[in-house]
Design a protein. Sequence first.
Length: 366
Amino acid sequence: MSRRVKPTNIPQERDFTGGMIHSQSCAFVGSTGEKKLDDRISALAKDISGGKENCLLAEMLISAVRISRGSVTEGDFKTMNRSLKEMRLASEVFYPYRNCRKISVFGSARTDPEEPEYKAAVEFSRKMRDAGFMTITGAGPGIMAAGNEGAGREDSFGLNINLPFEAAANAFISGDDKLIDFNFFFTRKLSFVKESDAVAAFPGGFGTMDEIFETLTLIQTGKATIYPLVLVDAKGGKYWKFWQQFVVEHLSRLKLISEHDFSLYKVTDNVDEAVEEVTRFYSNFHSYRYVGDMLVIRTQKKLKESIMKKLRADFTDVLKSGGFKQSGPLPAESDETDLAGLNRLIFRHRRRNFGRLRELIDVLNG
């Protein structure tokens, strides 16, 4: 069966960290403490890479030397080595699909195929595939299997965690080249965050709570770029409504979160509404990156003057200084020539209260 999800012009180097990838400098590589060894490493890195990444490779090699000579246990060394191997493997698997939109689907491993939540997850993933999104799951049973079933093997990824009580990946992704085994939860969660353009969570246990709260925390603090997070119940289900009640009555009432943080996610028991929440987010908004202290938001169409007027009237609180303006690509974006035709909204962003930034993006989408 051939893939249904087709590549699009999303950034090949997505700045999922909220600004750090593009601004990382090679001005300071570090040192092993021995100049001759530093020079050998620099020459080796240049010989291996032959490109602009050689300083980053040199820094990684120097870090490895310093780890081997430093005050670390064998267990620490093994953990660092295994983590790097898992990150490398995941990057290699996802690389051929870097131009495809993807959505991560979270939820319980204990949900049976006969349950309405399972059926809703199958329907949701199938409709997201038809809307142009590949699906990423944790590769296990329950909701994870439903996500892979709905998307189909050709448009699915599985990020399997090695657990003593879950012997193998679900049948819908088992044996596929897009199945990745992880030993560590943190490297697995990094892949979810790094590769996703949206997240959908169905009812689940501690693992699901961990995944959605980490997603919310990363977006709320600007450590990950904003993307849709939709919390989906089966029709008439109350799981996420009770979760929302806890957030309102405790986190919000005690002023532990901002009122604008509610804009970072949506609760629904309607699959079509969940799909619409994701697809509407990308109806005009395309992507963003930081260039110095400037936030560059790419849109597929030039913004109407009525939208610019609304931004100037309602969103001055997101500005560090200056105002909003539209333009073509900045010189610093020359490394992303495939995005040159997109419109830009540029302003100096305060880099706080990212719920307000999500509300601004909603305005751009009309």
